[in-house]
Design a protein around this ligand. Structure first.
Ligand code: HEC
Ligand code: HEC
Length: 175
């Protein structure tokens, strides 16, 4: 009889653990496919969206994020400097959540997501000339085609043919 009052509590604990494990597994699976199941860092959403979307941390390896955050004064031809505390906070968070998408581990040239092998593979159906069109501007301008890129979502159903883009680029386009 000694452990009977403990039993319900113990059972509850086991149940909580199971939920936690299943939750972790689901999060892992979700992360492999939709890169931003990670709770966004408010500071990142504030400081890194002035010129482009907040790229999902899982799309680059930790070493790439570290280099990017260590050279913000020379950031892809512009100055994206921040105060030291913000740099530390954002850099730590990016590195913690780095490299979860499509087995990201290679450090791409120039630490560019757009130079990653998986990126090139995912976009091999689109005409390479597409990136230079005025309606797109750059491969780094994800939001030109991925309508939910600002939320870190890149599902195929959310891809839209950019307004004003020449119809010849329709070839190989999913919608
Ligand atoms: C002042 C504008 C500006 C700010 C602020 C800024 N960036 Fe950028 N970022 C750029 C430009 C310009 C590029 C190059 C875009 C291109 O090639 O079309 C770029 C490119 C990038 C890329 C590479 C994209 C690719 O080609 O795959 C990453 C990663 C990136 N920025 C991360 C960040 C992070 C993290 C922050 C916040 C600490 C940040 N950026 C803030 C202007 C900015
Ligand atoms: C010019 C339009 C365009 C731009 C800009 C663009 N993409 Fe894409 N993206 C596409 C198209 C079109 C596909 C689908 C290709 C296919 O299905 O063959 C795609 C596919 C993808 C996929 C795979 C989606 C899936 O479910 O299979 C990911 C992830 C992705 N893009 C991420 C990005 C990121 C990150 C950026 C910015 C750094 C970006 N894309 C910039 C057009 C674009």
């Amino acid at each position: 009889m000694k452990n009977s009052p403990l039993a319900p509590a113990f059972r509850a604990q086991v149940a909580i653990k199971c939920v936690a494990i299943v939750g972790a597994l689901l999060a892992g699976v979700a992360q492999a496919d939709s890169p931003q199941r990670v709770t966004p860092l408010p500071k990142y959403q504030q400081e890194c969206v002035a010129c482009h979307v907040a790229y999902p941390p899982g799309m680059l390896p930790a070493a790439s994020w570290k280099r990017i955050m260590g050279s913000l004064d020379k950031h892809f031809g512009t100055d994206a400097s921040l105060d030291e505390a913000s740099v530390r906070e954002i850099s730590g968070w990016l590195q913690t959540h780095a490299g979860t998408y499509k087995r990201v581990s290679e450090e791409p040239p120039q630490d560019r997501i757009t130079r990653s092998q998986w990126f090139v593979r995912k976009h091999r159906e689109v005409d390479p000339q597409i990136w230079k069109q005025a309606a797109v501007k750059s491969a780094a301008n994800c939001a030109a085609c991925h309508t939910a890129a600002d939320k870190g979502s890149f599902r195929e159903s959310e891809i839209q043919f950019p307004k004003g883009l020449d119809a010849r680029f329709r070839r190989g386009w999913p919608d």
